[in-house]
Design a protein around this ligand. Structure first.
Ligand code: H2U
Ligand code: ZN
Length: 352
């Protein structure tokens, strides 16, 4: 679908077929100079090792466990896990207005490397592939556990996103029940597959590739784009090109390389936007690990960055957005063309 030019200037609603939600877009408001000033956040030089960091190799974590002198990725069970594996299953089913049930699960932390100061876009291709492989192994091991039906891999980056420690790391929460967002995507993708006989994201990706108005990056295995329904100003969606890739565990070695390349590319563009380590929450949506085939599901990752106009101006999801629906000013197409115009080399390597 080509966007009628009226939509580039007038308020409109866009539909998100993955969630079934609508988004309000108000492009007429973005005619004020929104990218005019680019404030640089104060540069914070981090050491490569911090003796006070609970994630650095050889340091003590809460509860007294000492990290090994790891040299690559390092995964451990969260010392303050939000979920617990071995608790009795209890559910109250006869009170429709007061439903409550046990949730079992496991929380893991995955450090990207021993380096306290090295974020994903600054890491080598091979090191990022190792991160993907660790997420894959963790997902397989957790998903194989009898009572686990969903594995959520995610990264919270930056103080703005509530990340408690700058040492680059991600988290994995594996649960007995399928959580809200993946459950919603399961329903929409399943309904689309039943109706059309093809995965929703396969059809969506084909159409985006044909139009090429919102694509930021693609290689033989993955594509990164600003989705038609993006809520956050610079939100992106990374989709596996092969529609039969439903989970990290399905990826071939070449696809893992393709994914690592796509991740390095988009995080570099993000950092270059305001020349800061760009904050975001990102995570993979894999098919549920529930012993069923999921032909409707295509592996993808969402990047949700909070920044709007500069390194210090954040988009707030308040007011109308809390009470009615999300809203954005700049169109997803404008964001995509802005991201595409940014250099492909990381600003830090250009400064040297
Ligand atoms: P975030 O900063 O991304 O929220 O995560 C860091 C996680 O590390 C957090 O979930 C855990 C916290 O519970 N943690 C440990 O497991 N051990 C520690 O010694 C401190 C923090
Ligand atoms: Zn550290």
């Amino acid at each position: 679908m080509k966007i009628n030019s009226i939509f580039t200037q007038t308020p409109h609603r866009r539909y998100n077929p993955l969630t079934g939600d609508w988004l309000l877009v108000s492009p007429q408001r973005s005619q004020r100079p929104w990218l005019g000033q680019v404030e640089k956040a104060p540069a914070v030089g981090l050491p490569s090792y911090d003796p006070d960091c609970y994630l650095c190799p050889g340091n003590k974590r809460a509860g007294g466990v000492v990290n090994p002198h790891y040299t690559s990725t390092f995964a451990f069970t969260n010392d303050f896990s939000a979920l617990l594996p071995d608790i009795p299953e209890v559910a109250i089913t006869d009170q429709p207005l007061f439903r409550i049930e046990t949730e079992r699960g496991i929380c893991r932390v995955v450090c990207f490397s021993p380096r306290h100061d090295l974020t994903l876009p600054e890491m080598s291709q091979q090191a990022v592939e190792q991160v993907v492989s660790t997420w894959t192994e963790e997902s397989i091991q957790l998903g194989e556990r009898e009572k686990i039906h969903y594995v959520q891999v995610f990264e919270n980056k930056g103080v703005m996103m509530g990340c408690s420690n700058p040492h680059p790391h991600s988290q994995i929460w594996a649960t007995g029940k399928i959580p809200n967002e993946p459950a919603c995507e399961l329903a929409t993708q399943s309904a689309y597959y039943r109706q059309n006989g093809r995965p929703l994201l396969q059809d969506y990706l084909n159409e985006e590739q044909r139009l090429s108005a919102r694509i930021i990056f693609s290689n033989a295995h993955f594509t990164v784009l600003v989705p038609f329904w993006a809520v956050w100003p610079f939100e992106t969606l990374m989709i596996a090109n092969r529609p039969t890739a439903t989970s990290l565990a399905d990826l071939t070695a070449d696809e893992v390389s393709g994914l690592a390349e796509a991740m390095r590319h988009i995080t570099t563009r993000y950092d270059n936007l305001f020349e800061i380590p760009f904050p975001y929450s990102m995570g993979f949506h894999q098919a549920p690990s529930d012993d069923q085939k999921h032909p409707e599901w295509v592996l993808h990752a969402h990047y949700y960055p909070p920044l709007l106009r500069s390194a210090t101006v954040k988009k707030f999801m308040v007011g109308y957005e809390m009470l009615s629906m999300p809203q954005r000013d700049i169109t997803p197409e404008s964001s995509a063309s802005h991201l595409c115009r940014l250099p492909e080399t990381h600003y830090k390597s250009r400064e040297k």
